[in-house]
Design a protein around this ligand. Sequence first.
Ligand SMILES: [Zn+2]
Length: 380
Amino acid sequence: MKFGQYYAFHKATVLPDRCSIGWEVHQSKAMNNARINTTDSTLSPDGVRNSDRGNPRDAVSGAIIHDRLRLVEAQCCLCETEDSEKVAGGEDFEYRTSDDNFAVSQCQQCGLVYLNPRPALSEFEKIYPATYHAFEFSQKEFGFVYKVRKRLEARRLLSWCKNLSKDARILDVGCGDGFHLGLLKEFGEKGWKLEGVDLDPRAVDIGRKAGLNIHQGSLDTVRLPESAYDLIILVQTVEHVAEPVELLRRIRLLLRPGGRLVVVTDNTGSLDFQLFRKRYWGGYHFPRHWYLFNPSTMKKLALSAGFSVENISTQVSPVNWTYSIHNWLVDRKTPDWITGFFTLRSTLALSFFTVFDMINQRFGKGALINAHLRKPGNPG
Ligand SMILES: [Zn+2]
């Protein structure tokens, strides 16, 4: 079955794009490409955008036919209402997968922010191009930075695993190439049974080669046992799906009574959202992030799916800061040597915004939400 069709039928699936907690780097190469393409889009002397040169022309008028996506109307997935107000607009600043201008709505009842209209499910292959996973954050390339980041991520992950038994069963939904599973395997209890599930065969292949147990498919296509998992993690995934409530309900079925779900996603209650929300906010990730939460809407999501809320806090991340400033500069046709400071390859930008976001997090306005949810019931 084709990629887009998978998504159409099995919405509770995920993609491993920004899946590293906070320090997402899978996209750096593509971001660099985007930067180049953006420079491309300036008008050349003959008045044709360089980015249009590959596009077909209308046979009669000679006008360039732009590549547009098929878009469909969306609604608030929590209130199931269309009572919303347009709050932002932007483009695919990172991948330039289409010429569309996208709009963002905010639900007037609960405040949920969502892409509206959004790409039809049949457009998935276009909006997740082959270059989407083009960049691997490897020790070979990043040396010391890689080591430090790995340690920090491992520490955070292990803090989610407190009180788990030595033979706990853990599932990473939308695990990508298994970055988090690899950390749990290396730094966690040796008796833990680790599993991942992901839609993308390329990412799954990388994870399996590293010796990880990863199911390829979605929570609808892969048969996983119900009431079996002690901990499920959903890192930078829920914002990609068409039916977040349905996804969380499915996850609840897989958890043991008393089992925990940890959700990490972009935070619309953050300072970076407040500053860049009209167009440039990195968390929009146009047009791939469909539902964006703040602590209040995250709570509503959790309760709608039958979870009890243990704790919702914010988490430090330099990624959306870096993307936001990058996008802002790109729109101003800033030279590449300046925008180059605001990519995920820039250790300087990442370090600076990590420290800066630590201050925001102190005030409950960190770039990411970190929700610890529990399936009601006692472990049997
Ligand atoms: Zn709503």
